[in-house]
Write a protein that binds this ligand. Structure first.
Ligand SMILES: CC(C)(COP(=O)(O)OP(=O)(O)OC[C@H]1O[C@@H](n2cnc3c(N)ncnc32)[C@H](O)[C@@H]1OP(=O)(O)O)[C@@H](O)C(=O)NCCC(=O)NCCS
Length: 384
């Protein structure tokens, strides 16, 4: 590196790559808005369908608009046979997030509008993707436990129908409300790794299926969407609430990262995590046995971590810290946490892709080459 070397922003940290009207994250104040509406207001008053409409169209719908949008989502819920076969032949071999990625990629084969890149066709594809990713996740959950695909029930809301397709029966209202909330909170979060990755793919004018497939692939990693499952694994390995302090101390002494803590943008409490903490505290009051141990470990670990790294290092709980114990309470197996995140985030990915396409510019950053130049080519048999 010389004085004239341009600065490199590792991980593109602090780099602005686009303008957007979709989402604002204030990492210092710990605030989040979807299209200008505070996340707390949407969590308390909205539902997934309305929030998805808001993110995609930029305004809250009037009743007929929401009814029409919900109707389109419902009529697109079922998935084609080729996708069911992919799921059936992959369960037990590939992780569910990989199956989701492959299944979503395969959806393009059945879409006659694949090559129509008009805004209207892209919005129709977006609606199909939002509806079908959720069905795919439920189908993966069913088939990996050896059960048959459950057809969607169009009398049910998005969240209610998801739990119905997953379990084969109607679930109680509180579990449905929690899943609806999870879908709202996971629907969008500005240009994080998976959204940016899907925008990079979209910027080449590849289609929306290719772009969402990229998003799912990027979501998989434990530093991003995989953190919820990893955090639950950690809570499980702690075993008993009385072990929590020793576990956290040892982990930090060993320079181990605590999954579900820390964030590239939030240097204070993630507002989504605050909402989920209130839910977990509520569940803790009614939980017993294994669930009680889990909620207790989570709440104790949260307090210890904040004491050690909160104010001093700006490392606070993120959404993934509380998600696992809550999903567990709702009967969701850990391997489905990240796929559910992906199904919900399909809204955010598509909203960003559609917005970016309005003024598309191919993403193509530069790198500083630090290797040698003009080496002599030596034939293979003469190489030492
Ligand atoms: C999300 C994350 C990748 C953002 O981190 P980042 O901006 O790239 O910052 P870094 O990973 O470089 O971390 C900066 C410092 O904080 C520490 N740190 C960050 N997250 C930590 C965590 N969860 N537990 C313990 N230490 C942590 C790092 O070890 C590093 O310390 P060092 O400077 O002494 O090496 C990071 O906080 C993390 O890995 N968290 C756990 C995974 C997770 O929950 N992901 C979901 C995000 S929504």
């Amino acid at each position: 590196m010389t004085d004239t070397t341009p600065p490199i922003y590792l991980g593109l940290e602090g780099v602005y790559a686009a303008e957007s009207k979709i989402c604002k994250v204030d990492g210092t104040a710990g605030k989040l808005w979807y299209r200008g509406y505070p996340i707390e207001a949407l969590a308390a008053n909205s539902n997934f369908e309305e929030t998805a409409y808001l993110l995609l169209y930029g305004k809250l719908p009037k009743r007929p608009e929401l009814d029409a949008f919900t109707g389109q989502l419902k009529s697109n819920r079922d998935i084609p046979d080729n996708v069911k076969s992919i799921i059936k032949t992959s369960v037990g071999k590939a992780p569910p997030i990989d199956i989701l990625r492959t299944a979503v990629s395969a959806l393009s084969a059945e879409d006659k509008e694949l090559t129509d890149s008009s805004p209207e066709a892209n919005m129709r594809k977006t609606i199909k993707l939002i509806a079908k990713t959720t069905t795919i996740v439920a189908a993966i959950g069913r088939m990996q436990s050896g059960k048959d695909y459950v057809k969607p029930d169009n009398n049910l809301s998005h969240a209610d129908n998801f739990l119905y397709m997953l379990s084969g029966s109607r679930q109680d209202k509180k579990a449905v409300k929690l899943i609806d909330l999870m879908f709202i909170l996971h629907a969008e979060h500005s240009t994080n790794a998976s959204t940016f990755a899907s925008m990079v793919t979209a910027s080449t004018l590849a289609d929306i299926y290719a772009s969402v497939t990229t998003g799912i692939a990027t979501l998989k990693g434990p530093l991003h969407g995989g953190a919820d499952e990893a955090a639950l694994k950690m809570m499980r390995s702690i075993g008993d609430p009385s072990n929590t302090e020793t576990y956290i101390n040892d982990a930090l002494a060993g320079k181990q990262k605590i999954m579900g803590f820390g964030h590239r943008v939030y240097k204070t409490y993630d507002p989504r995590a605050k909402i989920l903490k209130a839910w977990l505290t509520d569940i803790d009051n009614i939980a017993a046995g294994d669930q009680k141990r889990l909620t207790q470990i989570t709440l104790i670990a949260e307090k210890l971590m904040i004491d050690k790294l909160g104010q001093s290092h700006g490392i606070w709980p993120n959404i993934d810290f509380f998600a696992g114990p809550l999903y567990t309470w709702a009967g969701i197996p850990p391997e489905l946490f990240t796929p559910i995140f992906g199904a919900a985030r399909t809204v955010g990915w598509c909203a960003h892709i559609l917005e970016y396409w309005e003024h598309n510019k191919l993403f193509r950053p530069l790198e500083i080459y630090t290797g040698p130049l003009d080496l002599e080519y030596v034939p293979i048999d003469k190489r030492k």
